[in-house]
Each structure stands twice: as structure tokens, then as C-alpha cells.
Write a protein that binds this ligand. Sequence first.
Ligand SMILES: [Zn+2]
Length: 352
Amino acid sequence: MTDQKSREYYQALLEKDTEYEGVFFVGVKTTGVFCRPTCPARKPKLQNCEFFATAEQALLASFRPCKRCQPLSHPSHVSESVQQLVEMVEQNPEKRWRERDFEALDLDASTARRQFKKRFGMTFIEYARARRMGLAMKEIRKGKPVIEAQLSTGYESSSGFRDAFSKIMGSPPSLGEEGKVLSAAWLDTKLGPMVAIADEQDLYLLEFVDRRGLEGEVERLRKKTKAAIIPGKTDPIDSIEEELDQYFKGELTCFQTPVKLLGTPFQMEVWEALCTIPFGDTWSYAELAASIGKPSGYRAVARANGANQLALMIPCHRIINSNGELGGYGGGLPRKEWLIQHEQRSGISLGV
Ligand SMILES: [Zn+2]
């Protein structure tokens, strides 16, 4: 976000400007909560504010909803059952909600969930997941070793935090214990924060933090590598950070950071084919399927495309529908559209 935008939002926050309801949410670094623009609580200093376009982004950046302004409810209509669901997540932020958990609740679960979705633009399960991921991401974002972080998290229930982190990222081996460890870092980009996971040699994962299904991806990665993930940076992470910077400036068309591809032989074949799509160009799923000699394997190819764990580097965003529509993208369609246009523009100015 630009400084100018931040100042505009900060001004709206000071004035409790109702016109900005739903336009932004503000995370307060000193308290760890996020608010709507009109929150009645005392206003934080500008340098302690972080602004977000959606509540999900605030959750993923590890903020929890303010109890006073209840940013998850519609301003003029605070639904009790929605609030009740939110409070239940706060009691056990690391819990993984399943369908059957709702049966035990003392509320009309289907109504509450419908209201939740309507007010908030995401389902309750998605909310709980974003909150859980946010707790794990918080440490990755700070880049500090877990144990040190545990001592300094005054405002989180420490057991909830520890559980959320190790449930998603694995328990780091204790002193003297052998075990593979991967490092994870939070990288801010023009299109929002990304997480990079690598060992000393290779990058294993690069994704937008709010990517659908990120938690499952991290889990599969841990299983395949038998590794725990801890906050930190290694050479491949420094390298991709530098390359992303160049990419977003329109100065880089081909990533060189060494990567490790963990997929089935078929997935690897599809990913390698993706890497042959020229910068600035797009293919259809059918063209991709044909390029690996499986013109009828359209669906399997689309699935392999979606299983890509190295966003931008393996350019699955260059695959669109045959009719010219954008198709899907785990990182969200606005990003896909931006990426395609960005590559077309910088391709032309670079003469590739
Ligand atoms: Zn508030």
C-alpha cells in the first residue's frame, strides 16, 4: 500500500468516517487486534497501523477481531450467532473445524453459517482457517525462532499459538535431535504477501499467503520431506526475494533460483511444460495438454496445473480457458489478470 493511501485511511480512521466501512480494515500492531474504520476505541499511532482490504488478509497477518467494533459483523446489524462463532474460534484458535463440530453447538448452525458468509464474504470454516494460518504466519513474518517468539507473545494465549504453529508447520526438532528443517519467510510483494519455504539448496514452495489450500500444501510438503518448518531465511530465499523484486519491476522474465519439484512424474511433466510458455504469452488447458502429447488428458492436466507449489516461477497463471476467459487461479483471479497484463507489458518493453 502506498504511503498516500495509508495516510488517507489513517485520516478516515481518526474521523471514524463511515464511508470507509468495508473499504479497509486496520490492524493495530501494539494490541494485535484489527478494527473497522469507525471503531470507538482510542486510535493508534499511524506507525502502529497496518491497513487491509479484507478481513481475511488481516487474519492471515495474525490479527484477531476487535471486541469493541466487531469487524466481522455488519456495522448496523451485529448478529449474535456470528459473534458467537467468532468467539468460539478465539477460545481455541488452533482448532480445525469439521462439519460435525456444528452439531454440538447451541445455535442454529445453518442459519449462523449463512449469516456469516453473507456478512463476511467467506465461510466460517474459511475464517477459522485464516485465523489459524495467521497464527502460524505471525512467527514466519517476524522471522524469529519459535521459542523466542513464544516468550514474547503477550497477547496470544501461548498454548493456542504454539499449537497452531506446530500443527501447521511441524514441531521443530529439539536440541541435539536429528531432523530435517526447512526455513520459511514472509515476503511482501506488490500483489500481497507471499511465503517462501526452502532448505539450504533449493526452494520448495512459493505461494501467496492467502492462497486457497495453502495449509494443505504445507502439510503435504512436510510429509514428503519429513521436515519441520521454522521461521528463517536461507540462500534460495534471499535469491527469490531479489528475483521477485526484479520480476515485479518488469525486469525479469525467467527465475533462476534453484527449486525442488515434489510431484508425481505426470505433475512434473506438466510443470516442465508450463515453464516452456513464453513470458508474456498465454496458453489454453487444451494447448498445454497437447504439448505433453495428452490432448484428451485435459482434466488431469488442469489438476496438475493447480497442484503447482511455486507460484510465478512455474507460470500456471499463463493458462487460460480456450474461450479467452481467465479460468481459475489459486491465488485469485484479480492477481491472475494482473500477472498476465504485467508480463505482456514488460515483455514488450524488454523486447522478448
Ligand atoms: Zn475496534
